[in-house]
Ligand binder design. Sequence first.
Ligand code: APR
Length: 246
Amino acid sequence: AVAIPAALVARLRAARRVAVLSGAGISAESGVPTFRDAQTGLWARYRPEDLATPAAFARDPQLVWDWYAWRRERVAQAQPNPGHRALVALEGRVAAFTLITQNVDGLHRRAGSRRVIELHGDITRSVCSVERCEVGAWDDTGERPPRCPACGAPLRPDVVWFGEALPRAALAAAQAAAESCEVFLCVGTSTVVYPAAELPFAAQRSGACVVEVNPDATPLSSSADFRLPGPAGTVLPALLAALDAT
Ligand code: APR
């Protein structure tokens, strides 16, 4: 079992405003590979940094589209895990709860989380790669990438690529939540990709108690107020159980 410090339980019980930043690690136990794990199988020879970029899409739109189609397939087969579900339970126990995720797999929403800020987009949504036309369904002619029904440009996944700006409203809401919360949980992220990685440090500068949930050390580990070393699917349910214990 995972030991949850009593001091952390007390802080969490007393907190009205809690914010969470999640990364790929919370979906690892759902079978969705993290970015820093070795890519498996067909995509082993590619690095996300080489595919999730505007340049890669311009150079070989079909390759990038196929990589995301493979990832969408993995996500469609994935189910939320106890870590996702523990955050749904936590949302129900906190007056003002904000879940900020870097993940594009939609598993937090599928688990039932309500207040979710998707900083890096949603892999199941596609957008027009030129005019950013609103795209609903499109006829699958078999062409890859499919064409925007409105303007004929290739479609692309509605995710933030390396070098692209994050959605402004989402980032502003995430920063506001980080700077006003009393407890900030940082779960399953390597805390190396900015601006998301700045959020736990911004929270701490604003006086929040920062908790890291990660089996491995990260650049946040040395300054976190609490470090819960273990998989989110075990640690987060243990945290909720400690919170509910009389
Ligand atoms: N529970 C909790 N953490 C885990 C688990 C688990 N079961 N398994 C792995 N981890 C940790 C790893 O130790 C690592 O620190 O999750 C982290 C995953 O890190 P990354 O693969 O770098 O994923 P993430 O931090 O979300 O990447 C941030 O980088 O590639 C871009 O835009 C992409 O959103 C992504 C961003």
